[in-house]
Design a protein around this ligand. Structure first.
Ligand SMILES: [Zn+2]
Length: 118
C-alpha cells in the first residue's frame, strides 16, 4: 500500500511540474503575441507620424540631408504614380479600330486612320 501511495504521489509531482511548465509556455506565447501586436500598432503610428511630418516639412529648405533625401524620394514616387494614373486614363479613353487596329479616341464616329465607321 505504501508503495502505491508513493507511486501516486510521484506521478502527481510529475504532472504538477509538467503543467507548471506548460503554463509558463502559454504565458510566454501570450506575451510574444502581445509584443507582436504592439510592434505592429507602433509601426502604424510611425507611418502616420511620418505622413504628418512629411506634410509639415515637404516644402522646407532647411532639412537634414537624410530627411531631405526621403522627402525627395517620396516626391519622386508620387510623381511617378501620377504619371501612371494619367497613362491609365489615356488608355481608358481610347478604343481600337476593328478594321485597321489603330488607337482611336472613344466617342469618335470614324477611325481617323482608315475612315472605318466606329
Ligand atoms: Zn481604322
Amino acid at each position: 500500500m505504501e508503495f502505491v501511495d508513493k507511486a501516486i504521489s510521484k506521478a502527481k509531482e510529475v504532472i504538477d511540474v509538467a503543467s507548471q511548465k506548460t503554463g509558463e509556455v502559454v504565458a510566454t506565447e501570450k506575451q510574444r503575441f502581445d509584443i507582436a501586436t504592439l510592434k505592429s500598432k507602433r509601426e502604424k503610428d510611425f507611418l502616420s507620424l511620418g505622413k504628418l511630418c512629411f506634410e509639415m516639412v515637404k516644402d522646407s529648405e532647411e532639412l537634414d540631408p537624410p530627411v531631405k533625401a526621403l522627402i525627395e524620394s517620396i516626391k519622386e514616387k508620387s510623381a511617378e504614380i501620377d504619371a501612371l494614373n494619367e497613362e491609365i486614363l489615356k488608355i481608358k479613353n481610347k478604343t481600337v479600330c476593328l478594321n485597321c487596329g489603330a488607337s482611336v479616341e472613344k466617342g469618335s464616329a470614324y477611325c481617323n486612320k482608315c475612315g472605318f465607321k466606329m
